[in-house]
Design a protein around this ligand. Structure first.
Ligand code: SAJ
Length: 428
């Protein structure tokens, strides 16, 4: 008998299925994508995450994790499907949540528990998922349990974070909350906090990422201000953070990934009251234009120049390019025309761009080796703090680059060392 059926084997569903299986539960991992399921059955993980392949293989070898394209009845259904974001309307697309709900409904039995883990706008569990599930004829809270348990893992360190992070569980009844609590308690080593209801749990998850995004926006605004005053923003932020009640995050080329640039907008799904939150989004999104302004101040017109971009993953040591600032910078540079102004992409390009990222393997991006990407470039912009980039050697850049300008948006290079080799350094 299946204990748990995990719906969606992506970034969150797969590690979650594996950790439950490795904790002794009989788990079925279900995904509609046959290619994903086939490759998992062959032992291949379809995204980069340190240690995840061994972790999943261990779960599969034990017999506790079976991946399949067929849903089975299970005591607990955990929904981990994506909630895509519409960049135009700034709204969450809940189609996958709805269709996962329909699949669960078709397999639902009395006394089962349904948990939504996907990040969703407030009220989704109760207003969207619950009515779909109740079309089974069973009543939520009476005939079956229903809860929201948001995930909080940081890509790049998922397995440890699954165990070590605090969790929030919010059920539609105390019994639903308690059942979800007991389930996660099987592997969570930290505290599990009980929310009064699913909407409060949904809201708490969203404001965690919103706090981080807004804090980074503050750091980015500080960086812009400090640059204007000729002050090193990072030194001043580090000094400010010596105060026990101050914790300013780090500036950079903007905020990427599928969480921080999106979740704050989910708060506005049924509300018109976003203010500092939408302004923060604007500031973080504006960092690529700020970098272009810095480049123009140093180089004059950018048309005819070669710009090397190091890093199109959204952050260090991951291969994920979703909402990547490096890629956004490349695309905005491609819009620059011969007069150096941003124009329509249809009117040709004036900037030659060389992109290198040792963690990304996307065939559509024209990625180059490090040497190719920096060769003959006028400026090199470091946009991701991969470990490999921390070790970059200025001598190689001296011999291959045409110019001597480095924009280190993550402040990972040894400024003194590079300056000693004749480079002009701009740090964000
Ligand atoms: N970044 C900065 N400055 C900083 C920290 C981060 O510019 O001081 C940038 C990163 O370079 C990156 C972006 O922010 O582009 C997001 O990276 P991140 O490491 O802050 O977060 P994610 O998106 O990888 O994961 C976040 C985490 N949320 C929080 O820390 C509150 C993670 O715990 C969540 O599980 C995840 O979102 C999620 O799934 O919601």
């Amino acid at each position: 008998m299946t204990d748990i059926c995990v719906h969606g084997l992506g970034y969150i569903g797969l590690p979650t299925a594996a950790i439950f299986a490795n904790s002794g539960f009989e788990v079925v991992g279900y995904d509609i994508d046959r290619d994903v399921v086939r490759s998992l059955q062959d032992g291949d993980i379809h995204f980069e995450e340190p240690g995840l392949d061994q972790f999943v293989n261990k779960a599969q070898k034990s017999g506790n994790l079976v991946v399949t394209t067929d849903v089975e009845p299970a005591e607990t259904h955990i929904i981990c499907v994506p909630t895509p974001f519409d960049t135009e309307t700034k709204e969450a697309n809940l189609d996958y949540v709805k269709s996962a709900g329909e699949t669960v409904r078709d397999n639902l039995r009395e006394d089962d528990l349904v948990i939504l883990e996907s990040t969703v706008p407030p009220e989704t569990t109760e207003q969207v998922l619950q009515p779909i599930l109740e079309r089974s004829g069973f009543k939520a809270g009476e005939d079956f349990g229903l809860a929201h348990c948001p995930e909080t893992v940081l890509p790049g360190n998922m397995i440890n974070e699954l165990r070590e992070n605090d969790r929030i569980v919010g059920g539609i009844t105390e019994k639903s909350t308690e059942r979800a609590y007991q389930l996660y308690d099987s592997f969570v080593e930290s505290d599990i906090h009980k929310a009064s209801n699913p909407s409060t749990a949904e809201f708490a998850k969203l404001i965690q990422n919103t706090f981080r995004d807004t804090n980074i926006a503050l750091a980015n605004e500080i960086a812009i201000l400090a640059h204007g005053y000729g002050i090193d923003s990072r030194e001043s932020i580090d000094l400010a953070n010596e105060h026990p009640r101050v914790n300013i995050h780090h500036p950079g080329p903007g905020v990427g990934g599928h969480c921080l640039p999106i979740d704050p907008w989910f708060l506005g799904h049924n509300s018109d009251d976003l203010n500092i939150i939408s302004k923060s989004r604007e500031i973080n999104d504006g960092m690529t234009q700020y970098i272009i302004k810095l480049l123009q101040e140093s180089l004059g017109t950018l048309s005819g120049k070669k710009i090397s971009i190091l890093g199109v993953a959204y952050k260090g040591n991951v291969g994920d390019i979703r909402q990547s600032p490096g890629l956004k910078l490349a695309r905005e540079l491609q819009l620059i025309q011969s007069d150096g102004q941003s124009q329509s992409p249809m009117e040709g390009t004036g900037v030659d761009i060389g992109i290198h990222d040792p963690h990304v393997s996307d065939q559509t991006l024209n990625l180059e080796s490090l040497d190719m990407s920096i060769s003959n470039s006028d400026v090199c912009v470091v946009t991701t703090d991969h470990d490999e980039f921390k070790e970059l050697n200025p001598e190689k850049f001296n011999s291959l680059m045409n110019g001597n300008l480095i924009v280190d948006t993550k402040a990972i290079l040894d400024q003194q060392w590079w300056e000693n080799h004749g480079f002009d350094m701009i740090r964000i």
